[in-house]
Design a protein. Structure first.
Lengths: 161, 786, 263
């Protein structure tokens, strides 16, 4: 066992892990931050996306020890300080951008990374950016629409949500 | 003006807040103190005879609690099948045993042979590697037609052959049918494959079971669409436990699409092992494991023949299907190629004579069962592809050919056992033609051609039988369960309401839509009503969610229970208002004496129900009612879809340019949620049409065993969809007039996509009659260059 | 996963020392290695992370004009930082995996793994890059030795990859729809002294140069120059996603498109 320390959602945390412990396992099992989900084992589905030092990464495809000393952000830390939904989360609710909710944490974290990089993405740019995030419920329509709405664009001309 | 609350309002989903903040409670988020972990050692060959399973080394590995093999389950029941299909000669289907862990033989890659319970998952995996197997490999049975031949290798040695049943529906007189075809002006024949799919809800299956010795009680947390069904099957047929000692909880479930209906061996195993090990036992499927243990979908090979008269009226239809059931009968697998498939072969059309033949086959593959649409997509694909081919052969407009043959008078008795209560197929087609701007297609095609692309337009109509459905009918057809549902409406003293429902929400938004109905009926704010689901210790015995049934069946039960509550509340209000019960009206949460300004608020009546100081003596205190609802018929959502594709003739790449759906779902409670259901169904249907393919090699090895080879639709594979559900013919036999919307998209979209691709390919001067799904670039290129 | 020791040295020298251990394995971004470990298809006793070595990260331009990329530089960093000096290579990096994978995956990891459908081997071979390790320099032509096989010795670490910058270049990738690796990817680079064409995704022998196309295009750099060329389908990969003939056809189409993109 090796000690790992990091800042998660602004809070310093540490724990003893094995070499093979994944960041997703550390978050879910050691810190009980179960909002980060694991939907595959080949780094395809993106349900596990978190931010490490501000960048979106697949936490089920990164060793916990690799994140030693990092700033980690998870879905649990995304809401506004008063607990209300942030702009992206609110847009997902407003535009029905989620159904079963399982892929949603990864979608929100990827959307946040996209909008940081590209504050007003086109539809094509949103779709392209989401190539590492699978959703089986929504057919992506309302996810794309929600992300565009969160960027401040008028989405009223897009077919109904 | 759209409504802002109640029935017809696009109320925002309340469940979203927890999902958006990481506060959902999925089964894998549940950990029970002291839990051990199970790893299943699964067969890596498709077919083999087990000579020995030596677990002695594994048992002594670090952290190992107990190792189980098939022998440990010899006194235990196997996994049951919930639907007995009777074959064309009146004999019951062949029903082989399906043990929790393999006994005697392994029959598909992924068949569990042994299970190791250990302190940690990695220890369980380490120990599983130390199990010594001696398995004699046998030839794998894969090709369905070969498997049906006399002398074929048997998947199950004790059966007479690999045919589970040879089933028939519709016209029994072959001579009569032959005459119809002989006299037809035109016959169109088509051979096609409905590709095998993996449902792949984003949440893999999980089971956590605990056993309390002190009270002899079990709790199973599991990823299920129907916890009561799981409890019933597991207790009555598998483990022989009394139901009142078993609680099954399906908490937040990350998508189902059918594959979480079924009772799986892993659930029964964990429940059994929790007692045997004296510790809670947890199993979490990896995605790789899901690919070889979740029941898969579709996998039909069919020939369909359509006979038309000289005026292009459909006069006869015959289909012959081989349906793959995989190695074992999954819970409802037998019903899918029969009653959920054959009965839909009339589609939207008044074809007078129809014959459906289905041979259901055992093969050395993962079991196949219901996946979104379940049988109805297979029926629709055959029918709508053959109609499209007929239109091309006859040189007639595919929309006109469909319209000419639409059923227009209701109720309509089909030749394949259903009675459509209502519908308006020209109405949805009218909506489609407008919404999809079909008149502008020629210009769009010209523009694509100018860019070196082929453009195609594909049309499809569908009908589905949903709200599955009346118990007396399904019982006659072989169902071993009733298919009613139930709801308890519990009004609290201060007027808030908990509704305990048998339906289960795993993405459908019941927590939002169901309260809209109850709140609307009483005239209170939606936020005063909450839905409780997914826990057998809290909810009445309901059958769960599948077949687009939740609102049509469970919602109806909820309406009935709410009506009972209102009736009783009116008695109390009448007492308080010193008026006759018959004069009491309920509106906007106020009970009023008709024609007066005397009124009492909902909350005062509910408080009185629980503090019955001033109370009618003949009425029981409290305000809680339960209703069970068994529908009188299926519901029949229907619609018309249009897809436009572009094909890059150089690479064969198909892109979906537009997709438009016009559906008739009857009345609608929450349009936003309905649109979302249609979007999701279309996404999966396009996935089937263009991308998804669960394939085995000649040895029965799964080729598409992970997301690296099983192509899931991604955001950039799909367009924005046009969705219209303004053509509404309310269901005639349920109180809400609703029909169900969950499966429509997945049923209606694959033929639209394939028809569009073929339209594109044929526009280039090439004659291409058919391409099997998925219509991959490689297949399109081959078709263009054959 | 089998368990392993995890080491994260901060210098190349320490990394080389750590790699000297019995059954030590280098860990780049882990985007391929970690899924492999999850399937228990590898059992290293220790993983030596190369992501904490500053001298192995980043993109810079050498005196001779070539672009040098540290072995532990992520795909996202290459996509951003090489865009000015070698846009075709940056574009290639921007097409690998997905955004989250690009934030972790590294050029050294990709090249050392030499997946037959990976993008970087085509970029390196097509550019005539030099693979620089802790103890030598290997030309790309000598480096890639077939599917999942390279000239790297046990314990050897790719510290950087040096790319000569062509006059024009293009990477044309046709996606395998599930994995989003290349079903066929063609990296074409036009230098003053000739054209190089490297193909990934297509061959059972891994990345290769299509020499007939190179000769034809070196003579005459226009799409028509390829018209009569057909690549032999015999050694092509056939799988669920495409036949040998289809892959051979795609090699021609992607090469033609790369030429068009360079015009």
């Amino acid at each position: 066992m090796t000690q790992v320390s990091m800042t998660v959602n602004g809070k310093a945390v540490s724990g003893d892990v094995e070499g093979r412990t994944l960041l997703s396992s550390f978050l879910r099992e050691h810190l009980s931050l179960t909002g980060t989900h694991v939907g595959c084992d080949t780094a395809q589905c993106g349900a596990c996306v978190v931010h490490v030092n501000g960048e979106a990464v697949k936490s089920c495809n990164m060793l916990a020890l690799e994140a030693d000393g990092s700033e980690v952000g998870t879905i649990e830390g995304q809401a506004n300080p008063d607990g209300s939904l942030n702009v992206i989360q609110q847009a997902f609710q407003d535009h029905h951008g989620l159904q079963c909710g399982f892929c949603t944490p990864g979608m929100v974290m990827s959307a946040a990374a996209l909008l940081k990089e590209n504050p007003r993405p086109t539809e094509a740019e949103v779709r392209k950016y989401l190539e590492g995030n699978l959703c089986r419920c929504t057919g992506y329509h309302n996810i794309v629409k929600a992300i565009m709405a969160a960027s401040g664009q008028d989405v009223s001309s897009i077919a109904a949500e | 003006m759209p409504k802002d609350s109640g029935i017809g309002a696009s109320s925002k989903r309340r469940e979203d807040v927890r999902f958006l903040t990481g506060a959902g409670n999925y089964t894998d988020d549940i950990n029970v103190h002291g839990q051990a972990y199970v790893h299943f050692l699964r067969s890596d060959i498709a077919h083999g005879r087990i000579k020995s399973v030596d677990t002695s080394a594994a048992e002594n590995m670090p952290g190992v609690v107990k190792v189980f093999t098939g022998k440990d389950f010899e006194g235990v029941g196997g996994m049951p099948c919930g639907w007995e299909v009777t074959d064309r000669h009146g004999a019951p289907m062949q029903e082989p045993p399906h043990p929790i862990l393999a006994q005697g033989k392994v029959r598909h890659v992924g068949d569990p042979i042994a299970a190791v319970v250990a302190d940690s998952l990695e220890q369980a995996r380490d120990a599983a590697e130390a199990i010594a197997l001696d398995i004699e490999e046998l030839p794998a049975v894969l090709d369905m037609k070969a498997a049906a031949q006399d002398g074929a290798t048997l998947v199950h040695d004790d059966l007479k052959n690999n045919i589970c049943y040879d089933w028939h529906l519709g016209e029994a007189d072959n001579a009569k049918l032959d005459e119809v075809f002989a006299n037809a002006a035109h016959v169109t024949t088509l051979d096609l494959v409905n590709n095998r799919l993996v449902a792949n809800p984003m949440e893999p299956r999980v089971a956590v079971a605990e056993y309390k010795r002190g009270t002899d009680e079990y709790t199973l947390y599991t990823t299920s669409q129907n916890p009561h069904v799981i409890r019933l099957l597991m207790c009555a047929f598998v483990l022989g436990l009394p139901e009142h000692k078993v609680r099954v909880v399906a908490p937040d479930v990350g998508g189902g699409f059918g594959t979480k209906i079924f009772h799986y061996a892993e659930e029964a195993f964990c429940t059994f092992a929790a007692k045997a090990c004296g510790r809670p036992v947890k199993w979490t499927a990896s995605r790789s494991e899901a690919f070889m243990s979740d029941a898969q979908g579709r996998d039909h090979v069919s020939r369909i023949e359509l006979a038309l008269d000289a005026d292009n009226n459909f006069v006869g239809l015959r289909t012959d299907t081989y349906a793959n059931l995989g190695a074992y009968l999954s819970t409802f697998s037998s019903s899918v190629p029969t009653w959920l498939h054959g009965t839909l072969m009339a589609g939207n059309y008044k074809t007078p004579v129809i014959q459906v033949n289905v041979k259901a086959m055992f093969t050395n593959t993962v079991p196949v069962d219901a996946y979104r649409g379940a049988g109805r997509p297979e029926a629709t694909f055959q029918l709508e592809r053959v109609i499209d081919k007929a239109a091309r052969e006859l040189g007639v407009d595919p929309i006109a050919l469909r319209r000419q043959n639409f059923i227009t008078e209701f109720p309509y008795d089909t030749p394949v056992a259903l009675t459509y209560d209502t519908g308006n197929y020209n109405g949805t087609m009218d909506k489609l033609e407008a919404a999809a701007d079909l008149s502008g297609f020629a210009a769009r095609r010209a523009e694509s051609e100018a860019n070196g692309k082929l453009r195609g337009l594909g049309i499809n109509c569908y009908i589905e039988a949903c709200g599955i459905a009346p118990s007396n009918i399904v019982g006659m057809l072989g169902a071993r369960a009733g298919l009613y549902d139930a709801a308890t409406v519990r009004v609290n003293a201060t007027g808030s309401i908990s509704v305990m429902v048998g339906a289960h929400s795993h993405g459908q938004g019941h927590e939002t839509a169901f309260p809209q109905v109850v709140a609307d009926m009483i005239g209170i704010d939606e936020s005063m009503v909450e839905i409780v689901h997914g826990d057998t210790s809290k909810i009445p015995f309901g059958m769960g969610t599948y077949g687009s049934r939740s609102l049509a069946v469970c919602g109806s039960a909820m309406v009935k229970a709410t009506e009972k509550v209102i009736d009783k509340a009116k008695k109390i209000a009448a007492h308080l208002l010193e008026a006759s019960e018959a004069d009491i009206e309920l509106k906007d949460g106020q009970f009023t004496v008709a024609g007066t300004d005397k009124s009492v608020a909902w909350g005062d009546v509910t408080l009185t129900a629980y503090v019955p100081h001033n109370f009618p003596l003949e009425v029981e205190p409290g305000l809680e009612e339960t209703a069970f609802y068994d529908p009188a018929n299926f519901t029949f959502p229907a619609g018309a879809y249009a897809c436009e594709v572009e094909v890059d003739p150089e690479t064969g790449q198909v892109t979906i340019e537009t997709f438009t759906a016009a559906d008739d779902f009857g009345n609608i409670i929450n349009p936003m949620i309905v649109d979302g259901q249609v979007h999701g169904g279309i996404g999966q249907g396009i996935g089937q049409a263009l991308l998804e393919n669960c394939a085995y090699d000649e040895n029965g090895q799964l080729l598409s065993a992970s997301f690296m080879d099983y192509a899931m639709p991604r955001a950039d594979d799909l367009p924005f969809y046009g969705v219209d559900h303004s053509s509404q013919t309310p269901c005639t036999h349920n109180p809400l007039g609703v029909k169900g919307c969950g499966e429509a998209g997945a049923i209606g979209s694959p033929p639209a996509v394939v028809n569009a691709v073929l339209d594109a390919l044929n526009s280039g001067g090439k004659t291409v009659d058919h391409i099997d799904m998925p219509v991959s670039p490689s297949r399109v290129w081959a078709a263009l260059n054959s | 996963m089998y368990n392993f020791e995890f080491e994260k040295p901060s210098t190349i020298a320490d990394a080389v020392a750590a790699m000297g251990g019995e059954e030590a394995q280098a860990l780049g971004g882990g985007q391929t290695l970690i899924p492999t470990l999850k399937q228990r298809l590898a059992a290293p006793s220790s993983l030596v992370s190369l992501t904490g070595i500053p001298e192995m990260r980043g993109v810079c331009v050498e005196d001779d004009g070539s672009v040098s990329i540290g072995g532990a530089t992520t795909h996202a960093a290459v996509a951003a930082d090489a865009a000015g000096n070698y846009p075709a290579l940056a574009a290639l990096a921007g097409q690998i995996g997905d955004p989250a994978v690009r934030n972790r995956g590294t050029i050294g990891g990709s090249i050392a793994n030499n997946d037959p459908a990976a993008c970087y081997p085509a970029g390196a071979l097509g550019s005539g890059a030099t693979i620089v390790t802790n103890n030598r320099q290997i030309s790309a032509d000598d480096f890639f030795e077939g599917m999942f096989s390279t000239a790297l010795e046990e314990g050897e670490i790719i510290t950087s990859v040096r790319f000569p910058v062509p006059q024009a270049a293009s990477y044309q990738k046709f996606l395998q729809p599930a994995s989003r690796f290349a079903l066929v990817g063609v990296f074409l680079a036009r230098f003053a002294d000739g054209v190089r064409v490297a193909v990934t995704g297509a061959s059972e022998d891994g990345v290769f140069r299509w020499s007939e196309a190179e000769q034809a295009l070196s003579k005459e750099f226009r799409p028509d120059a390829l018209m009569d060329l057909r690549i032999n389908a015999m050694n092509m990969i056939a799988d669920l996603h495409g036949s040998k003939a289809y892959r051979a056809h795609l090699v021609s189409v992607m090469t033609k498109r790369a030429v068009e993109a360079c015009m």
